[in-house]
Write a protein that binds this ligand. Structure first.
Ligand code: NDP
Length: 328
C-alpha cells in the first residue's frame, strides 16, 4: 500500500506535539472524495493550530491545514470524478477533520468546488482561504450597495493575507483604498498592490469616541476590537463595514451611535461554512479579476517541511502577504 507523508498534532499532558508521520489511505478519516493535495497555504488559523495558542483543533490526533488545491484520486460523489481539479476551504478541515498538510486528503465532496480553469493550483493557494475571505468581504460590501464613487475604503491588517489580497481586489474594482498597518515601512509594497494612502494602525487601535470625523465609505476589517469600533465611528453616513477577523482581539467595544445616527451596516463574513453558491461566485470572480503579477508579488512558496516555522511566523506578524506550501 502506498504511504504518504503528513504532519500530525497530538494531545499530550503538557499541551500538544507535532510529528511528521507516514500514513496510508486506510488511515484517513471518512469522506467520499480522496484528493492528491498539490498546494496548500498557511492561514492565521493554521498558525493557531500549529502553535496550540488557541483551541482550534477539536479532534485528536489532527492533520492541520484548512485549505488545499489538488486532483481527485477517487470519488464516490456524483459531482466529482478521478482527475478533477478541486479547491477546498474550511468546513472544519484542519480543525475537526484531517486537513491539508498531507500528501493525500479524504473529505466530503459537498465541501469541494471545482477549481476554475483559469487559475492554477499555485495561484489558488496564493489566494487561499485568506484571499477567498477577502473576496467574500468585497461581495458583502457590494451586496450592501457600496460602489467606488461612494468614497474610499479602509483595509486593516493590510500586510496580512486577507488585507493584501483585499487591496488587490478592491484596486481592480476601481476603489480608492486606505491601508491601515503596523508596518508603515511596507508603504511601497502596499502602494504596489493598489493602496492610495497608508495610515498607522495605532490611529485606530486604542479606545476612541462613539462617533468621529467621517473618513471612509466602507471597510474590510481583519482586526476587530477597538480598531473595528473606531472604524465604525469614522465610517461615513450610509457606509458598510465587512468584519472578518480578530487579529487585535475578538471583542467589539462599540456603541449603537454609528448605527442609529449614520445608518452604518456591519456585515459579518464567514468563509468556513459559506454556501457552495457563494464559494463558486467568489472563486470565479477571483479567477477572473485578480491580477496575477500582483498576486505573485505578494506570494512566496515554501516546502511542506517549513509549515511549522511558518505557523509560528504568521502569529508573530512576520509574514507579509501570502505563503504557498508546495506538497507535490
Ligand atoms: P495574517 O496574520 O496574515 O494578517 C493579520 C494582519 O493583521 C497582520 O499582518 C497585521 O497587519 C495585522 N495585525 C496583527 N496583529 C495586530 C494587532 N494586534 N492589532 C492590529 N492589527 C494587527 O492573517 P490573515 O490575514 O490570514 O487573517 C486575518 C484575520 O482574519 C485573522 O484574525 C483570521 O483569523 C481571520 N480570518 C477569518 C476568516 C473568516 O472566515 N471570517 C477567514 C480567514 C481569516 P499589519 O502588519 O499590516 O498591521
Amino acid at each position: 500500500m502506498t504511504m504518504f507523508k503528513a504532519l500530525q498534532i497530538s494531545k499530550t499532558d503538557d499541551g500538544q506535539k507535532l510529528d511528521w508521520v507516514e500514513l496510508s489511505e486506510k488511515d484517513l478519516m471518512e469522506g467520499d472524495v480522496t484528493v492528491k493535495v498539490e498546494k496548500t497555504t498557511v492561514n492565521y488559523k493554521d498558525g493557531l493550530a500549529i502553535t496550540g495558542s488557541s483551541p482550534v483543533v477539536r479532534h485528536w490526533p489532527m492533520v492541520p491545514g484548512i485549505d488545499f488545491a489538488g486532483t481527485v484520486l477517487s470519488s464516490q460523489h456524483d459531482e466529482f470524478k478521478k482527475g478533477d481539479a478541486v479547491i477546498l476551504n474550511g468546513f472544519g478541515v484542519g480543525e475537526t477533520h484531517w486537513g491539508a498538510y498531507s500528501e493525500v486528503a479524504r473529505v466530503k465532496g459537498d465541501w469541494l468546488i471545482h477549481k476554475p480553469e483559469n487559475i492554477s493550483a499555485h495561484d489558488a493557494m496564493a489566494v487561499g482561504t485568506a484571499g477567498y475571505t477577502s473576496m467574500l468581504c468585497v461581495l458583502a460590501l457590494e451586496e450592501s450597495g457600496l460602489t467606488p464613487d461612494k468614497g474610499p475604503i479602509l483595509v486593516t491588517g493590510a500586510n496580512g493575507g486577507v488585507g493584501s489580497v483585499a487591496i488587490a481586489l478592491l484596486a481592480k474594482a476601481g476603489y480608492e483604498i486606505i491601508a491601515s498597518t503596523g508596518r508603515p515601512e511596507e508603504e511601497a509594497f502596499l502602494k504596489s498592490l493598489g493602496a492610495h494612502q497608508i495610515i498607522d494602525r495605532s490611529e485606530l487601535s486604542e479606545k476612541g469616541r462613539p462617533l468621529g470625523k467621517e473618513r471612509w465609505a466602507g471597510a474590510i476589517d481583519a482586526v476587530g476590537s477597538h480598531s473595528l469600533a473606531n472604524i465604525l465611528a469614522q465610517t461615513q453616513y450610509g457606509g458598510v463595514v465587512a468584519c472578518c477577523g480578530l487579529a487585535q482581539g475578538f471583542d467589539l467595544p462599540t456603541t449603537v451611535m454609528p448605527f442609529i445616527l449614520r445608518g452604518i451596516t456591519l456585515r459579518g463574513v464567514d468563509s468556513v461554512y459559506a454556501s457552495k453558491e457563494k464559494r463558486i461566485k467568489a472563486w470565479d470572480r477571483i479567477a477572473n479579476d485578480l491580477d496575477r503579477d500582483i498576486l505573485a508579488s505578494l506570494t512566496r512558496e515554501i516546502p511542506l517541511e517549513s509549515v511549522i516555522q511558518a505557523g509560528h511566523d504568521i502569529l508573530d506578524g512576520k509574514i507579509r502577504g501570502r505563503v504557498v506550501v508546495n506538497i507535490s
